[in-house]
Every structure is written in structure tokens, then in C-alpha cells.
Design a protein around this ligand. Sequence first.
Ligand code: SF4
Length: 499
Amino acid sequence: MMDTPMRQSAEQPGPLAPDRGEIALGGAYALWRERRSHLPALREKPGTPPERLLQAVWHHQRIRRDQLRLGDGRPVRVLHPGFRNREAGPDFRRAVVQVEGEPPRIGDVEVDLQSACWRQHGHDRNPAFTKVILHVVWEAAPPAFSPTFELKPHLDAPLSELASWLGTDAAENYPPDLAGRCASGLKRLSQDQLTDLLGQAGLARMRRKASDLEARARQAGAEQALWEGILRALGYKHNVWPMLRLGELLPALRAEPPASRLHWQARLFGVSGLLPGDLVRANPGADGYLRRIWDLWWRERDQMAEFTLPAAAWRLSGLRPANHPLRRLALAAHWLTDGQLPAQIDHWFRAPIDRADLVGSLQRMLETPEDPFWGWHWSLRGRRLPQAQPLTGPARITDLAINVFLPWLRMKATLAGDTRLQQEAEQRYFAWPPAEDNAVLRLARNRLLAGHTRWRPGAAALQQGLLQIVRDFCDHSDSLCSTCSFPGCVAELAPSGSA
Ligand code: SF4
């Protein structure tokens, strides 16, 4: 049976709700805040705290950390709770946990309401969960995974207090205790020093991308290197490899080039292995389109069989419809039909340009004619949209420019020995406005820039610099930063005695 606090409802105030005295003291506002934090808890599943609260409790370690015991009674220490995983798979990655008498273990942590969820949710059969080192649950009886840790007896405050805390900034923000070891040194840097440091790292990243493209261009030619880079970027972030494979296949796919955009879409969809074998019953509007695609694809399917990827090569779960690989391939089909993309990028690069209009000018250059199907549908199964949606927007243009076009243009300038154009590519890179925020950037800011709470990289190149530091240092260290040399490097810029 559940504890009394978990059995209350919104109509029957219990210990989770403030008593009348508290309401009188805090006024209506206190009550609104209480409602805000409690109601989701009560809605999720009567009698249990919401999983979101359990995840926040684990993330912030709102437990009596010096008295922790596993379900089997062994003492355990949490050296690092891990990093929140917002995608499919375990809730926390790269945690560090030490069971008494054993060396520390590094791996993933899954948080569930009950032990039985381990099997009910299929974690025991899911390869994404093979690195789990700890199952954290509200109630552990009987445990389904070893080791299991039960939160309920270890909380550092009454559940009602924690439910109130959930939804506050303190609970929503990244736990300050988990900032990286470099954060204090980076905090001592002035804004100019920090901008300069991130700029240097961003430039290193751009030049590395240019040299990767150069290596490929030496084997396959500059244009083929560009197409592969574009397809790869269109696959970001879950389908980079199958997209790159399609890019590598382009010379074969172009041997007898399709004459129309629709034919290019049929060929790319067919070779991707993602073309549905049957009509999309859920969406009759797509059937006509799919019939025309199949009319084209079935004639060449056997001829292309050796290139066709297995559908299992793609990761489709958890993707937003706008990011589905078929939609991105539909865009690539437009550019391949036209065939002028490399020349257009060159033309855009050589034309004088207003630095404030970098994104807009490139977007106008790369705009595709409205696609009669993909302009009006996010996916084959989705309903017709009330308004046409372009296949490219500023966010996609920025990703392509920063990761592919500008490094490619710099590479071409290098191969041509043209220093002026090399500089022009780098200047446009540094002038490019920031890309959309994402989970990797947020984590990097939280770990590295915890001391610069209000600072946001004001340019895409600085965001790239942050990512490069993660790649060069964080990715080679553990969550505790114990083997990282970056704090020492930062200390050279701002010794600890400095302001
Ligand atoms: S691993 Fe290194 S660079 Fe990353 S947060 Fe820790 S100290 Fe900073």
C-alpha cells in the first residue's frame, strides 16, 4: 500500500497540499505555485510520484548521499549521477557508481517507478540498455535488475517538499555541483578572453572539416566530396551513416541520371530501403504520390538491388516528422535534379555580400520550387498541412553552411592556393549567426560555462568552438573530469589568483 501522501487527490487535500495556515501566510501566489508543482504528480498515476520527479531527484541527488544502500543491502556511493539523456535509451549516461569494496563503475542509469518496469518496458531485451549499471526505482520489491537502488527510503526531504521543489528553477536547471572542473577557470576569463578561446577552437573545427573534405576530394573529386558532405549533414544526427552511404553511391546512381525530380526521389527512396511496400492506408492523400514513385522505382529496382540499403540501417524512432530521412532525401532530389548546387555555392561565395544577410542570401540561392507532395506533408503518413512548408529553412541552411559549404569553400581556396578566398571563407564563418540550440550545446554550456550564466555564444563559430572542446577534451575524460587536461590549459590563460 502506498504512503498517505501519494493517495490524495486534487479534491481531497492531503499532506502534499498546503494547509490553510500556509495559504494565509503565502497568499494566493503560494497556492498557485503549489498547484503548479502538484497537479502533474497527481495526474500521472494515482498513488505514485511522477517519473519526472524521480529523475530530478536522481539528477540533483536529493538523497542522503552518505547513507546509500542498494536493494541487496550493500553500501553504494554515487560519484556522478550521469548526464540526462533526452533521447531513446536509459535516462542517464556515463554515471559513476561505486559499490563498497569494488572499483568505480562507469555506465548508464535507468530511473523507473518500480522494479517490474525493467521487464515491462522491455529494457531487458533492448540493446540500448546493455550499459546500464544501476536501476533506480521508487519501490524495489522484488528487484528485476542487479544492482537496484530504491529512492523511497533515501530521500533528503519529505516527498511533499520535493514535489514542491519540482518545477522551480533549482530543479529545472542543470545541477551546479555537476559543473566541469574547467568551469571555475573559465569563469575567471574575461568575455573577450572567452570569446577568443572559443573562436580559436571553432576555427580549429572548421579547418579540420575542410581538411576532411580535402582528403575525400583527393580521392573522389571536389564535387563528390561536397555531395557526400551534404548528404551526411542531412542525416544529422541519427542517420549520418546511411545518408553518407547514399552520398558515396551518387556516382553509380547518376550513371543513368533520372530526368525528373520525381524520378530522383523514387531512386533515392528506393535505394534507401525506406520506400513502403504497400500504399499508405492511413493517408489516402499519399497513395497517388506513392503510386507514381513505385511506377518509376519498380523498373530499376533489380538493377539497383546491389546498392539498396536495408531499412534496418536507419534509425527512425523518436524523429520529428520534419527530420525524417525521406523528407531530407526529397530535398536532396531537388538539388540533384537541378545539378547546379556546387556552382551556385561558388557563385554565392564570390559575390560581394552584406554580412547581415548571409543566411538569407544563401537561402534564396538554394530555394527549391514548391514540392507538390513534400511541400504539403511532413511525412508519407501525415495529413496534408494547412499551409505549404519549404524543404529548407534558415536552421537547415545554417547547419549546411557551417558544417559543409564554408569548410568546402575554404578547402577549394586552399587547393587553389588562394589566400584571399581562404580568409573570406573564415570571415563568413565567424560572421554567421548562431545555429539553433540543442542538447549537446546546452550540456556543454552547463558543464563548461557554469560561471558565465548569462553568456550565450553570439555566433555559430563560437558554438562550434564549444563543441570542439567537448570533442577534444570531454569525450576523452570521464564524467568526473578526472583525466582532463583542459583545466590546466585554461589556468595558463587566467591563473587562479587573477580576478
Ligand atoms: S572533461 Fe574537461 S573540458 Fe570537459 S567539463 Fe570536464 S574539465 Fe571541462
